[in-house]
Design a protein around this ligand. Structure first.
Ligand code: NDP
Length: 475
């Protein structure tokens, strides 16, 4: 499959390509162009040309294009989901949800296109003062492989709604669904070149986007170290930057919570997408009086997880997306147990549809955990759940905040008083109560501390792509 530049499928100038693997079998599924700096420059110019047209379209026109694209995506969700599972690995039903999520985000931004409003004030001294909001120009979006369609929609939906044009760089291990979604957006009436999608290594494409003079803003989602490196590359040009980085979300379960509901929530949240979700509950803290029974509930729920090829109906958890990811997660478990900072309490089995050459890892429950264990201090992007007991709310808060990350957190309790005590003390961008991992497009989402800065979703996400101009009129 080729890249998308100027509204059409385009090969790389170099004519080189690279393989996109199916992680369930470690076999080649497709090839895509290995783009060079010249290809990225071409895409940035194409977006620059399209900006002159797309930014001038009436908001209602932009809304119609986004609504139309969402409708087409919904009607093609079966084939899009299959493509997503083949390149990313997740079970088909998770892929269908993600594709529907893409459509929902586009619909949300379509619904607020016309609500971009400026400001007005009058004073005798300065006259009539207007504040108008204009699209910033060409925006770059750099995204990871874990939720490629959803994260594409967060960035592309809001930028296009604001009147900006985009150069999107998907992850090298999951670019195909993004390319197909880009084709659907183009076929829905987007100005050719308003959305360009470039495939190739982050070291080439990402770095060209960071320094290219036509790019006004960059929105990045990915690993913290990549984000920091990108920020350094970008700083000399003073481009706008949003960083959505990793997370190590705490989940705090109080003794008064529903044990069954909380255990089901922990297992669903942690093992969804084979544990490769930025806002999965990655560190579980359970009040000591219910700790033993909670562990039993967790094990019972984990026994139902069936790792295998995501295309198979019985599969409930796919492989990891790539070999590196499998090796990192395996090492984090090994480092923790070797250092006697945790032990494996339960490990599931691979299902009959888990091919030995695929990147599978069984769901793993770790107990006897030290707060300093590698699985507690590093982000674990795999099916691993470490659990620790706590004896007081204050201890739970300290444990929860004992991380460099600050993306999400959840509290499981039936007492509103407990919510009011814990929620304000958690250093995270999102706090859920009796739920985790819910990211509706209407609500701002993003992190604090090492999880980055800036917010996606919600009406103010459009401000990432708008700049204010103040006009003071005295006649
Ligand atoms: P990476 O940081 O490795 O990659 C993310 C993107 O950056 C990819 O497109 C990658 O390209 C690109 N990239 C790599 N090197 C550079 C570079 N030097 N300059 C510019 N771009 C570059 O992250 P992963 O793909 O491994 O994704 C997992 C991470 O993403 C986890 O930490 C996870 O928590 C985080 N994440 C955060 C979310 C949030 O909203 N906060 C949501 C989802 C994930 P290539 O693939 O070619 O290497």
């Amino acid at each position: 499959m080729d890249m998308r530049i100027g509204g059409i499928f385009t090969p790389s100038e170099s004519e080189h390509s690279f393989s996109v693997m199916n992680p369930a079998y470690n076999t080649v599924h497709e090839t895509v162009p290995l783009s060079s700096h010249a290809d990225v420059k071409h895409a940035a110019l194409s977006a620059q040309d399209a900006f002159a047209i797309w930014s001038e379209e009436e908001p209602i026109f932009r809304a119609k294009v986004l609504f139309r694209a969402a409708e087409r995506v919904r009607s093609e969700s079966a084939s899009l989901a299959s493509l997503l599972t083949h390149e990313q690995g997740k079970p088909l039903r998770e892929s269908i949800n993600e594709i529907q999520g893409f459509a929902r985000v586009l619909e949300y931004y379509a619904s607020i296109c016309s609500q971009i409003q400026g400001d007005y004030s009058y004073s005798k001294a300065y006259g009539h003062s207007f504040v108008v909001k204009n699209p910033v120009g060409v925006c770059a979006a750099i995204i990871p492989w874990n939720l490629p369609a959803l994260i594409m929609s967060w960035k592309v939906g809001s930028a296009l709604a604001a009147g900006c044009t985009v150069v999107l760089k998907p992850a090298s291990t999951a670019p195909l669904t993004c390319l197909r979604l880009g084709e659907i957006l183009d076929d829905s009436g987007l100005t050719p070149g308003a959305l360009n999608i470039i495939t190739g290594p982050g070291t080439v494409v990402g770095e060209e986007l960071a320094t290219n003079p036509h790019i006004a803003a960059v929105s990045f989602t990915g690993e913290a170290e990549t984000g920091k490196h990108l920020a350094q590359k970008i700083s000399p040009s003073l481009k706008r930057l949003t960083l959505e980085l990793g997370g190590s979300d705490p989940m705090i379960v109080c003794a008064d919570a529903s044990i069954t509901q909380a255990a089901a929530g922990a297992v669903a949240g942690r093992f969804f997408n084979c544990g490769q979700t930025c806002v999965a509950p990655k560190r579980l803290f359970v009040e000591s009086s219910i700790y033993d029974s909670f562990i039993q509930e967790l094990i019972s729920a984990m026994q139902h997880i069936v790792p295998g090829d995501g295309m198979h109906q019985k599969t409930t958890m796919g492989p990891l997306n790539n070999l590196t990811q499998k090796e990192i997660a395996s090492e984090q478990i090994r480092d923790t147990t070797d250092a006697k900072q945790g032990s494996i309490r339960y490990q599931g089995r691979l299902g009959e549809h888990a091919d030995p050459s695929g990147f599978f890892l069984p769901p793993t429950l770790l107990t006897d955990i030290s707060p300093d264990a590698p699985v507690m201090q590093q982000e674990v992007f795999g099916p691993v759940l470490p659990v620790m007991p706590f004896t007081s709310v204050d201890e739970a808060i300290d444990l929860a905040n004992n991380t460099k990350y600050g993306l999400g957190a959840s509290i499981w309790t039936t007492q509103l008083e407990t919510v009011h005590k814990i929620a304000p003390s958690l250093r995270s961008g999102v706090v859920w109560v009796n739920q985790h991992l819910k990211v509706p497009p209407e609500i701002p989402f993003g992190g604090v501390k090492g999880s980055g800065f800036g917010r996606e979703n919600g009406p103010r996400a459009l401000d990432n792509y708008l700049e204010e101009k103040s006009i003071l009129i005295k006649l």
